[in-house]
Design a protein around this ligand. Structure first.
Ligand code: GAR
Length: 204
């Protein structure tokens, strides 16, 4: 049984999808804790499912590294097999990434490498894209640059606003994230070998 810590910053609809999936006893993963960098509304989903939560606020620390070290300590106390960033809107410091990657994944609302960063849906609309989507990837030290695990595309429709498109993406995203976690738990996706082959493919 794969144990997971989920990190969120917002409403947590992806977290909720994972909690619902994991409440089925046949699902091969369990969420052991949910962390946040803020008083996120989505923490309420964890509480509803009886899953412990923790919040580590960057403003309480001298710098990003110190914040990351405390976040890492909070995460590691649950000894998770996997950490899932599901709408976690902070860049994770190198020590955090180094300690957990490749067992650290993120879901992003675009077809990476297109539209990385915090405003992927807005950026896709501004660029006039006719297609965007979702990427689930291993987190590395860059901003949305780690090896891609899976992607699904979503059409941009005439008249789409950022909110409308974001919600349409999220329907696909929740499904893809749950499926990806299942695939990691059943070793259908092997994070270590993807990480390794990506490293050997990267020129030094
Ligand atoms: C998701 O669409 C996720 O991909 C995005 O935030 C949303 C959170 O939704 N993350 C990023 O943009 C990270 N760059 P949720 O809180 O309802 O799960």
């Amino acid at each position: 049984m794969l144990s997971i810590v989920v990190l969120i910053s917002g409403g947590g609809s992806n977290l909720r999808a994972l909690l619902e999936a994991a409440s089925d006893r046949d699902f091969p993963a369990r969420i052991v804790a949910v962390g946040s960098d803020t008083d996120a509304a989505g923490l309420a989903h964890a509480e509803q499912f009886g899953v412990p939560t923790f919040t580590v606020t960057p403003t309480s620390f001298a710098d990003r590294a110190a914040w990351g070290d405390e976040l890492l300590q909070q995460v590691e106390q649950w000894t998770p097999d996997l950490v899932v960033c599901a709408g976690f809107m902070r860049i994770l410091p190198p020590r955090f990434v180094g300690a957990l990657s490749p067992n650290l994944i993120n879901t992003h609302p675009a077809l990476l490498p297109l539209f990385p960063g915090a405003h992927a849906v807005r950026d896709a609309l501004a660029a006039g894209a006719t297609e965007t989507g979702v990427t689930v990837h291993i987190v590395d030290e860059g901003v949305d640059t780690g090896p891609t695990l899976v992607q699904r595309s979503v059409a941009v429709l005439p008249g789409d606003t950022e909110h409308v498109l974001q919600e349409r993406i999220k329907v696909i995203e929740r499904d893809l994230l749950v499926q990806t976690v299942r695939d990691i738990a059943t070793s259908t996706i092997d994070l270590s070998s993807i990480h390794q082959s990506n490293r050997s493919a990267t020129p030094s």
